[in-house]
Ligand binder design. Structure first.
Ligand code: UD1
Length: 458
């Protein structure tokens, strides 16, 4: 078990660059095995979900290496279509290999995907769409067995604008016979990024970013593709809130301010000043944050569910009462019980969908648990703003989506370190600013993390 150790009360200040987006790069990695090709994915974040995707690629026969921040994937002839269970169950996005493998090998066997426990996370829309495209799917309690005589284009009307289903079907349609039309498609910026990558690979796609995506199947793809991953809008939002909650002032480089629009207006409502520029944004926090009467998560371009927990953490110290409603995932409320341990005054409605927060002046440090990725991020934010010391247990959830959270936050002037199973500090890059602080006196650096990146030929 890994944990973040945080000494709260330091204000964030400085500048930092944002890395590539987890939710963009994961479908791109899966799509990279669509063809016998050499694919270069630049600005690839070194997060554990990427490492787990790389493991899947290697298990099915691709060769993969990190060249700096570029992931090079070489996919040769004849891939295995059986994804090992221990790889597939680690993360939700393993399901994205289904479309790619069915297209490439006409078969795919995959254990039902794992991932963060934030709700049921059904995959019926993925499977139904693939069936309409000519896949035969047998589902047991634990595993999917899929085959096809050859995928064909189809008209698919998604009952819900699922991000993953849209991506899976886009990937499957690239080489399918004929035209695929995805209606009620998800419109997230990561969908547009996937389409950009697929076009580089030679796909014929239009409409990504709108409700209707049209893909004309092509026979051949390019043997070489290169793609610059879009910046992670959720990591950017998390850091903006960290500054907002500590009365700080920061500048984020390598962001696309437009992508932040679905939640930026709430930061302004909370009293923050935002200064967007071409590819950067600065934030200056007020003395005390203000409450926001109501936030409701929605599909893009609505308020993103992936920012919900972090906003609840921020609103827990804002002046006044706020109401936040989660509509996308049924179990995305576990941060509430943890924030309460830190003194937050948050009431859950009976259906556990709405969180009514009366902002307190200050949170206090406590030992809390990250139940999922964004829950963990929210607790780190709360720890930064709290009085005293906070331990966030199960930090490995956070590492699924944040490449260098603790070193980024340290470089912005806060005191945080990642502590390994034996209580030793884990060095994830960047200076351990807190070395002189009593908080870190028991931390001795032990080099790279156990999930070390030196398994890659960097
Ligand atoms: C993606 C993101 C995740 C984000 C979510 C919503 C990745 C790797 N993850 O997840 O960070 O929180 O979008 O923006 O990109 N659903 C069904 N049937 C399906 C598929 C989904 O009922 O076949 C339901 C889910 O149970 C959930 C909702 O639709 O309640 C949203 O899921 P979806 O948009 O598919 O999210 P993910 O692709 O899993």
């Amino acid at each position: 078990m890994r944990q973040y150790k945080i000494l709260g009360g330091q204000r964030l200040s400085g500048e930092i660059a944002i890395g590539g987006a987890k939710n963009a790069v994961l479908p791109i990695i899966a799509a990279a095995c669509l063809n016998q090709s050499e694919v270069y994915i630049h600005n690839c974040p070194r997060i554990s979900d990427v490492l787990d995707s790389v493991e899947i690629l290697e298990c099915i026969g691709c060769s993969v290496e990190f060249l700096g921040n570029t992931l090079k994937i070489s996919s040769s002839a004849g891939l295995k279509y059986d994804v090992p269970d221990e790889c597939a169950t680690k993360m939700r996005s393993s399901i994205l290999f289904l479309g790619a493998l069915l297209s490439r090998e006409k078969r795919a066997n995959l254990a039902l995907p794992g991932g963060c426990s934030i709700g049921e996370r059904a995959i019926d829309l993925h499977l139904h769409g693939l069936e309409l495209m000519g896949a035969k799917i047998t589902r047991t309690e634990e595993k999917l067995f899929c085959e096809t005589e050859g995928l064909r284009g189809a008209k698919i009307n998604l009952a819900f604008a699922s991000v993953g289903a849209t991506e899976n079907l886009m990937i499957a349609a690239v080489k399918a016979r004929g035209e695929t039309i995805i209606e009620n498609a998800a419109r997230e910026p990561e969908i547009v990024d996937l389409a950009r990558f697929l076009k580089t690979l030679g796909a014929n796609i239009r409409g990504a970013g709108t409700k209707t995506i049209v893909i004309k199947g092509v026979d051949r793809l390019n043997s070489h593709a290169s793609h610059e991953t879009m910046p992670d809008r959720i990591v950017a939002g998390t850091y903006l809130l960290a500054a907002a909650m500590t009365g700080g002032e920061i500048t984020l480089a390598n962001v696309r301010p437009f992508d932040l629009a679905p939640f930026a207006s709430y930061l302004t409502e909370m009293g923050c000043k935002l200064y967007p520029d071409d590819n950067c944004v600065s934030l200056a926090a007020p003395k005390r944050l203000l409450a926001v009467p109501r936030i409701t998560t929605k599909v893009h371009p609505g308020f993103p569910t992936d920012m919900q927990a972090q906003f609840v953490a921020a609103l827990s110290i804002a002046d006044g009462q706020s109401e936040v409603t989660e509509t996308i995932f049924e179990e995305r409320y576990k941060h509430v019980q943890e924030l309460r341990k830190m003194g937050a005054d948050i009431r859950l409605t009976a259906d556990k969908k709405t969180f009514i927060t009366k902002g307190v002046e200050r949170l206090h440090g406590a030992t809390v648990t990250a139940h999922d990725l964004r829950c963990g991020a929210a607790l780190v934010l709360a720890g930064l703003a709290a009085e005293g010391e906070t331990l966030v247990k199960d930090a490995q959830y956070v590492e699924r989506g944040y490449a260098s959270l603790e070193s980024d936050l340290r470089s912005l002037g806060t005191e945080i370190c990642l502590v390994g199973a034996g209580g030793e500090a884990v060095f994830g890059g960047g200076a351990l600013v807190g070395g002189a602080s009593p908080l870190f006196s028991d931390c001795s650096l032990v080099g790279m993390s156990p999930r070390s990146l030196d398994s890659f030929r960097v």
